[in-house]
Design a protein around this ligand. Structure first.
Ligand SMILES: O=C(O)CCC(=O)C(=O)O
Length: 276
């Protein structure tokens, strides 16, 4: 018996590689998380898109709490089973009238996981719609192979390497509009993207990356946090979760991992630690 999704929604996810909208929390609670993120941003003096990436949950206990939201985990369990690791989290925050965008990409090409069973939960902390650069997916693209990306490092591209799939037919794109407190789910191979924010307010979403405990890293041992069930495999080392906001030990781990992901730029990681 499924815990959050209907049989039709599970079937839709299996066939199309995405499903939405689901509710994690009230709009008021989403606003509380937005304020926590924005307070962190003000205190750190840096655009959150530069810091809360790949292991963004390691900066703030509130984001670990959000990653453990029972309604989110119920939905994830319906898709990947009861033993769930949180492998990462990234914020995608566009300002009002922001030219930044996310090019078409597949996370599977960059995540280094096997088997390909990762699911991404994108939680809306503000409305996400056609005007402000909602997340879009290419239905059915998860059923194909890992595709070659061109790494453009384009200025307004929010992805670390500006990685882009070429030859996508935009007419096939499906938008996943959400209200604050709702979430969407997409498979790691589902091609996805988003356009610039043409509205006056920010569009903020937190993406959480979940894998079943039997999924392994293909790039050597890495860290993840068991968020539900039991881990009978031991493929992942534990993360250093934050005991407080900007806990130096967890911030160091966040910075190292983000720096390595970004292309081995250890300098970036060192800069972030010094900026604390
Ligand atoms: O929020 C966006 O605009 C892009 C999100 C994304 O790429 C992801 O969730 O993997």
């Amino acid at each position: 018996m499924a815990k959050h999704l209907t049989a039709e929604q599970i079937d839709h996810f299996r066939q199309q590689g995405y499903a939405y909208p689901f509710r994690a929390m009230s709009a008021e609670d989403a606003l509380k998380y937005r304020k926590i993120v924005e307070a962190y941003e003000a205190a750190s003096g840096e655009d959150v898109n530069k810091t809360l990436k790949i292991k963004g949950h390691l900066a703030l206990p509130a984001i670990v709490e959000l990653a453990r939201n029972p309604r989110i985990l119920d939905a994830v369990e319906d898709l990947i089973g009861p033993d769930i690791m949180l492998f990462g989290a990234s914020i995608f925050a566009k300002n009002g009238k922001d030219p930044r965008y996310v090019s078409w990409h597949q996370d599977s090409t960059y995540f280094g996981l096997t088997p390909h069973e990762e699911v991404t939960v994108w939680v809306a902390l503000t409305p996400a719609n056609s005007v402000n650069g909602v997340l879009r997916v290419l239905p059915g693209s998860h059923a194909g192979p890992d595709l070659k990306h061109v790494e453009t490092y384009a200025k307004d591209n929010m992805l670390a390497k500006g990685q882009s799939l070429v030859g996508i037919d935009e007419n096939l794109a499906v938008e996943m509009p959400l209200e604050p407190g709702q979430f969407s789910i997409h498979h790691e191979r589902t091609a996805h993207s988003s356009l610039p924010n043409r509205s006056d307010d920010r569009r903020i979403g937190f993406a959480f990356f979940y894998v079943p405990t039997h999924a392994q890293s293909t790039t050597g041992r890495r860290r993840a946090t068991l968020v539900r069930g039991i881990d009978e495999f031991g493929y992942w080392d534990p993360e250093t979760l934050p005991a407080c906001e900007r806990d130096p030990a967890s911030m160091n781990e966040l910075a190292q991992t983000w720096g390595q992901y970004k292309d081995g730029e250890v300098k970036q990681a060192v800069d972030m630690v010094h900026a604390q």
